[in-house]
Write a protein that binds this ligand. Structure first.
Ligand code: HPA
Length: 281
């Protein structure tokens, strides 16, 4: 009997073909339009893929799109599920396992985030260099004896980051760098928590991405993550975020994000070299 990831992988390959996929993207709140320009696009609603989330939050579309962009096979998850929706830190495990099974090598996660750094204004793009898991949970709890002791050194792949930075320069898009702190949500942070985040070394705060990075590293995927700043954190520079504000600002930032991602796909790079799935690099 096959598990949900295997079944989902079979459904995707039956509809979109079995050629390996170079890049997969997870598009966060308000960023669903960042995938415009996919050729021969096959769109599969998450509701047809066992174990995929049917998003409850407005701003998350809930489709997997597979196709070709700039000569590369790509997959986009338009929408994700968050820990705060179910209380399950493994909520994104099946989609990510499925992506690994259909041959995805590189995973680019996007999200909207609050800024706790004065020069990271709303609509800035921030390439994540590291994270702080402030949630108290971990998607690999219970899996320690099953490959759960995953190294998080270089969790954000330095070579993938270099590709994105080069693409940003080529595209004329300003790409900041920063450390992301994961709060569970769904309430926004208090001003005291935002002050703490800054004191502890965060540049941006948000409610997603970190469990996905941890799961993806266990699967041996190369990971990069980009935040669109939608607001200043609560009490910082007058920040008092609302869901509506974060959605609307993310949609504005999506234009620069799209330019950055398309430029990266167009830039032909040296080969990565051979990697065995699941092995540390
Ligand atoms: N806090 C947490 N998550 C967020 C924020 C924020 O200020 N903005 C967008 N996502």
């Amino acid at each position: 009997m096959s598990n949900p990831s295997e079944t989902s992988a079979q459904i995707i390959q039956a509809q979109a073909g079995a050629a390996p996929i170079e890049y997969a993207f997870v598009l966060g709140t308000g960023l669903g339009s960042a995938m415009e320009g996919v050729e021969d696009a096959v769109t599969i609603p998450f509701s047809e893929l066992p174990g995929f989330p049917v998003p409850a939050v407005s701003g998350h579309a809930g489709n997997l799109i597979v196709g070709t962009q700039d000569g590369m096979r790509v997959a986009y998850m338009q929408g994700r599920t968050h820990y705060y929706e179910t209380g399950d830190p493994r909520a994104m495990a099946v989609p990510l396992e499925t992506l690994a099974m259909i041959g995805v090598q590189n995973l680019i996660l996007t999200n909207s985030a609050g800024s706790v750094k004065a020069d990271l204004y709303p609509r800035s793009l921030v390439l994540l260099t590291d994270h702080i898991n402030f949630s108290g949970t971990n998607p690999l709890i219970g899996l320690a004896s099953d490959g759960g002791f995953v190294s998080m050194t270089d969790a954000y792949d330095p070579r993938l980051a270099r590709r994105l930075k080069r693409a940003a320069t080529t595209a004329g898009v300003q790409l900041h760098e920063g450390v992301y702190m994961w709060f569970s949500g769904p309430s926004f942070e208090t001003p005291a928590e935002i002050k703490m985040a800054r004191t502890l070394g965060a540049d941006v705060v948000g409610m997603s991405t970190v469990p996905e990075v941890i799961i993806a590293r266990r699967l041996g995927l190369r990971v990069a993550a980009i935040s669109i700043i939608t607001n200043f954190g609560a009490g910082f520079q007058g920040g008092n975020p609302t869901h509506l504000e974060t959605r609307e600002t993310a949609m504005q930032g999506a234009i620069a994000l799209r330019r950055l991602l398309r430029t990266m796909l167009r830039t032909k790079e040296e080969a990565w070299g051979i990697r065995q799935p699941g092995t540390p690099r």
